[in-house]
Ligand binder design. Structure first.
Ligand code: F6R
Length: 627
């Protein structure tokens, strides 16, 4: 969950480290620190709070004679988020940063106390520095000491270590948490980080460390070692298609707003990546048909995911069942991994994960591989742990998502699952040849793109949807609590609308299947509560309207989202937010792609009015690599 950066070379070291950490801040932001090789020593600077706090402490730092360093942005697991617990940690000459968890840290700590040392922090990370220190006391050379220490720790971790007597040398080890390295194409030197984003300023060619790998980095280059044997190994360098300019806000006040508005484009990009440039015609094939064949051979699919990705997978379940006629479950990875799931003979397990690093989702996929079950993933990050562990990785094409609250990656996941479901079209449920649906998605594929065209109209600032949304938000922003409700496709959307509001506006919100409200939560309804109902004119519409009557009778405020011109719905609502299209213009199965961004903006606007930190909400981190 933390972000790591390391650099050796001739650039201004503190600038490289701080810029890199800012690119990684989405991974954790409760404290940060850097350690820099100066002429004959290592200078450590740390601070609680955002990176900006630490940055003020290094302002004016004398950069002459610096030639490398490491940095860290933290999401606390062991010990409070204060300056002492912030990384880098130092024991003697050893200085390190760590991402992940050292599960056997208590045993190491006992040895540390036994030997009469007193750790400075409450972290598990500092224990690794002691291990290396003890190894070197026994006469082991530095790199070998890191290697031997690495073999002693349990749990998923990445650690980058430097030694005061070896300026210009940094050693990275990976077991679980990601670590990626690249050579500076312009000035020489080497950079290493928890993901590719900090490296994009210097290179588009990177190597991903495998679990059990070590990378020995100097300004001259990188040497890879297999930690278990200590032998030299080769690791391939891959070209990264993301460019550094996609990491900027491009004039938007927040990444989240930029990313919401990018969705018309990311839908086109994901569509093009999934079905290829030649697929304007139907029926279509996907660019990668291997996974499709595996699903066709399967008798059951279990999708596993967490948070927003789980909501996308719930929609995937609806589409897989309706279009592909295949028995599909959508499971929370954190539950699935500790249950005793009964697997069918030809079961296929699919992970859905934006980052490709989420610990619970990864663990399920690893377990399934061990049991010989076929695995697949839908993710946004090439080279991620999940992408590398599964048999069939599928990539959305959303570009980096920096806002901690997932937006464009959510619709990207939905789209990939939608395309797969339509490609599969094998079930008896297929009364409508899915050709018609794909036609609605890709119609005039080369010119206007049907779905993104509608989405642009939804997101148009002066348009009917946004104007109505803004009025609603202004009116309900101080509500005591929110319920989001919907049926069918709108149920996962209701869950997602509530999650977005909770995570960025810190307001209590719950998502409910509209039919469930009367089984308990209806007791909470009163005028200070707002109910956001997602009620497009789809097959569930009349049922949703009946449920809405029950809500209205209890006096809650109602914000309703539905098709433009729906007077019945508008009459029941305090605020009616219209989707600017007629019912017959788009199949109901595609409406989630228009509704999700409206709910994202609902949460975004309330958060902005409340003045919260939209891009980096408290207590969260984007890449949840602990369970
Ligand atoms: C919420 C959000 C999280 C993630 C969840 C899984 O906006 O982003 O709920 O969806 O932590 O993350 P990934 O998709 O990376 O597996």
């Amino acid at each position: 969950m933390c972000g790591i950066i390391g650099y050796v070379g001739d650039r201004k070291v503190t600038e490289v480290l701080i810029k890199g950490l800012k690119r990684l801040e989405y991974r954790g932001y409760d404290s940060s620190g850097i350690a820099v090789f100066t002429n004959d020593r290592i200078e450590v600077t740390k601070a609680a709070g955002k990176i900006a706090e630490m940055e003020t402490r290094v302002a004016g730092f004398d950069m002459a004679g610096t030639h490398g360093g490491i940095g860290h942005t933290r999401w606390a697991t062991h010990g409070a988020p204060n300056t002492t617990n912030a990384h880098p940690h130092r024991v003697g000459d050893i200085v390190l940063v760590h991402n992940g968890i050292i599960e056997n840290f208590r045993e190491i700590q006992e040895e540390v106390f036994r030997r009469g040392f007193k750790p400075q922090s409450e972290t598990d990370s500092e224990m690794f520095a002691f291990l290396v220190h003890f190894e070197m006391e026994r006469g082991t050379e530095f790199v070998e000491a890191v290697r031997k220490s690495f073999l002693k720790v349990q749990g998923a971790s990445s650690i980058v270590v430097m030694h005061e007597k070896f300026p210009g040398l940094i050693v990275g080890v990976r077991n679980g948490s990601p670590l990626v390295v690249g050579c500076d194409g312009e000035l020489g030197g080497v950079a290493m980080a928890s993901d590719v984003q900090p490296l994009l300023d210097y290179t588009d060619r990177v190597a991903f460390l495998e679990n059990g790998d070590m990378a020995i980095c100097t300004a001259k280059g990188i040497e890879f070692l297999d930690a278990a044997s200590g032998r030299r190994i080769e690791r391939p360098f891959a070209k990264i298609e993301w460019s550094a300019d996609r990491l900027d806000k491009n004039g938007y006040p927040h990444y989240m707003l930029k990313e919401i508005h990018e969705q018309s484009r990311t839908i086109i990009d994901t569509l093009a990546a999934a079905i290829g440039p030649s697929s304007g015609s139907l029926p279509f094939e996907m660019v990668n048909e291997d996974g499709i064949r595996a699903i066709i051979d399967a008798d059951r699919v279990s999708m596993v995911a967490c948070g927003t990705s789980w909501h996308a997978s719930l929609l995937g379940k609806y589409w897989f069942e309706r279009f592909a006629g295949i028995s599909t479950d959508s499971e929370l990875a954190s539950e699935f991994r500790y249950r005793s799931p009964v697997l069918s003979k030809r079961h296929l397990v699919m992970g859905v994960s934006q980052s490709g690093e989420t610990a619970d989702t990864l663990a399920v996929l690893q377990q399934m591989k061990e049991r010989g079950v076929e695995t697949m993933a839908v993710t946004n990050v090439k080279g991620s742990s999940i992408a590398r562990v599964v048999d069939y990785p599928y990539f959305m094409c959303c570009g980096p998502e920096i806002g901690v609250a997932s937006t464009k990656a959510f619709t990207g996941q939905m789209l990939m699952l939608y395309i797969m479901a339509n490609r599969l079209q094998r079930g008896a449920a297929m009364s409508d040849p899915t050709g018609a649906l794909m036609d609605a998605l890709v119609k005039r594929h080369r010119q206007t793109y049907e779905l993104p065209h509608h989405l642009s109209r939804v997101l148009d600032d002066g348009g009917a949807t946004m104007c109505a949304l803004e009025k609603a938000v202004q009116d309900v922003q101080h509500s005591k609590g929110f319920f989001f409700m919907g049926r069918g496709y709108s149920w996962p959307l209701a869950l997602e609308g509530a999650l977005k509001l909770k995570e960025i506006a810190y307001v209590h919100a719950e998502g409910y299947a509209a039919g469930e409200l009367k089984h308990g939560p209806i007791a909470m309804l009163e005028p200070a509560i707002t109910v956001v109902v997602v009620a497009p004119r789809d097959q569930w519409y009349e049922k949703t309207i009946s449920n809405l009557q029950e809500v209205k009778a209890r006096g809650a405020r109602i914000v309703a989202l539905g098709h433009a011109g729906d007077e019945k719905l508008a009459a029941m609502a305090d605020h009616f937010v219209p989707l600017p299209l007629a019912e017959e213009q788009l199949d109901e199965s595609l409406l989630p792609f228009l509704i999700a961004p409206v709910l994202q903006l609902f949460a975004y606007r309330i958060a902005v009015l409340k003045g919260t930190d939209v891009d980096q909400p408290r207590n969260l981190a984007k890449s949840v690599t602990v369970e």
